[in-house]
Design a protein around this ligand. Structure first.
Ligand code: 4AD
Ligand code: MG
Length: 450
């Protein structure tokens, strides 16, 4: 079978024993000559280090040496032997090398460092650079660790729909899905791309108790910041018989565990980020070892007002917090991650549970130094009468949310959940500061090249 028969760089480099007569395929990263031999650095993307191929006078080459340029794909036959060099344990003594695919000499990824802006313009090739190859493997590991975390904690994964009729966040930031069947609207009513899987997820929380969804979310929001994309991936757990404090306990444990596993599984990739992307990354990631702070929105407003800082936007109870406010709270005041809880109900969505003060809702935003908001979550309003009031227009509510309201009629229970932006967690772990650089094909306003 393909997988057993083939070697890849990772499998070879992890070996304890040498190996005779192997075939290995990949792309040439660099080539350099030294006395009587030529060294080719080969990569197949399976791991961070390249595999060193030693070309000697005895190696049979399918073409003149010039054809083996950076970017060329090749097949190497040879033996894995202990390397004489100090930089690697293994190398391959090549018996023969043949070209699989030539690389034109206008190949843009020559051996030098390229700017992030330049690489965004060649998103179809940037996975071949060391940095994006590492990023891509970290992204894959983190995704796996997230599923692993929930699996171990007995959560059931729900595939919530991508096409939807309801606006979960009520912010009107939905992309339309338009298709006609003859003269008729395909679905018989307006359809949109989901902004969050939460509402359908809640209905399954009320049958399976611990559930999660992990899928794409879409926001037609015209914000051109380094933290927003129009299409991102969101992890959303939902727990029954639970309140906001349980929700925060889950969020904190979740972040700590998935980060720990990913960092442990990707040491070579992390070395690259610590060296080339953020020199203070190691120190910064220490914040994940300490207890996350918890502070109410009202107390945050007081902290901001008493800070004597000259904010561009004056902090005021009832208004959303701005980036400069968040930054003060995480970086200056608490010096670490903070759950800001119990926000004014008027600036939060309808599904959040009303507190006894009737002014605030039982919710939290987890804000992180540098990354800002990583998680948004809440206790859900499980009381039918109060939920209807929050929905406002009763007729419209019954039309759009009748199914959601029924879950409050048939055995309602307290429940809570949150959503975490997958890309924002990757930014936190790698030190990459622009969200466009942690997703293969970023979608933002006025940009859909690939
Ligand atoms: O705070 P948000 O809007 O919350 C929800 O959608 C809830 N329904 C989630 C839930 O309770 N199940 O989004 C959750 C998180 C944010 O904290 C942020 O990390 C990320 O999703 N996010 C974005 N990430 C990248 N680009 C965007 N445009 C994002 N909008 C939200
Ligand atoms: Mg939010």
């Amino acid at each position: 079978m393909f997988l057993e028969q083939k070697y890849n760089c990772k499998k070879l480099l992890m070996r304890d024993e040498p190996l005779l007569d192997i075939n290995i395929e990949g792309w040439i990263k660099t080539k350099r000559s030294s006395k009587n031999v030529i060294f080719i650095e080969l990569s197949d993307g399976s791991c961070q280090p390249n595999l060193q191929i030693v070309v000697s006078n005895e190696t049979k080459l399918s073409e003149p040496l010039e054809a083996f340029s950076t970017g060329t794909s090749i097949l190497v036959n040879g033996s894995l032997v202990e390397s004489e060099g100090a930089n690697q344990k293994w190398e391959v003594l090549a018996k023969s090398i043949s070209v699989l695919g030539y690389c034109d000499n206008d190949y843009p990824l020559q051996k030098k460092r390229h700017s992030d802006e330049f690489l965004r313009g060649i998103a179809h090739l940037r996975g071949r650079t060391n940095k994006y190859a590492a990023l891509t493997r970290i992204r894959s590991q983190l995704s796996f660790s997230i599923h692993n975390y929930f699996h171990q904690k007995n959560f059931v994964q729900i595939h919530t729909p991508i096409i939807t009729s309801s606006d979960c966040e009520g912010a009107g930031e939905m992309f339309n899905v338009e298709h006609l069947l003859g003269e008729e609207n395909f679905f018989g009513r307006p359809a949109h791309l989901t902004v969050s899987g939460q509402l359908p997820l809640e209905t399954y929380c009320l049958s399976h108790s611990r559930v999660y969804t992990f899928g794409p979310a879409f926001r037609a929001e015209n914000s051109n910041t380094a933290r927003h994309v129009s299409e991102f991936w969101m992890v959303e757990p939902e727990i029954a018989f639970a309140d906001l404090s349980d929700d925060m306990d889950l969020a904190e444990d979740f972040i700590k565990q998935v980060a720990k596993e990913t960092l442990e599984m990707c040491p070579e990739e992390m070395t690259l980020f610590k060296k080339y992307v953020d020199k203070h990354l190691e120190k910064r990631l220490e914040m994940l070892n300490s207890k996350f702070h918890r502070c109410t929105y009202s107390d945050c407003i007081d902290l901001l007002k008493n800070s004597n800082k000259n904010f561009e936007f004056k902090p005021e109870w009832g208004k959303d917090l701005q980036t400069e406010h968040e930054k003060f709270i995480t970086d200056d005041h608490f010096k670490g991650p903070v759950f800001i809880t119990d926000w004014p109900k008027d600036i939060k969505p309808f599904y959040m549970r009303l507190n006894d003060d009737e002014k605030t809702v039982s919710c939290m935003d987890l804000i992180m130094p540098r990354v800002g908001e990583l998680i948004g979550g809440s206790a859900r309003e499980e009381r039918s009468d109060l939920l209807k009031i929050r929905l406002g227009d009763v007729e419209k509510a019954m039309n759009d949310y009748w199914w959601y309201l029924e879950t409050r009629k048939y055995g309602t229970v307290k429940h809570a959940g949150f959503g975490m932006g997958f890309e924002r967690l990757i930014m936190l772990l790698t030190g990459i500061t622009n969200i466009r650089d942690v997703i293969a094909y970023p979608r933002t306003p006025h940009s859909l090249e690939f």
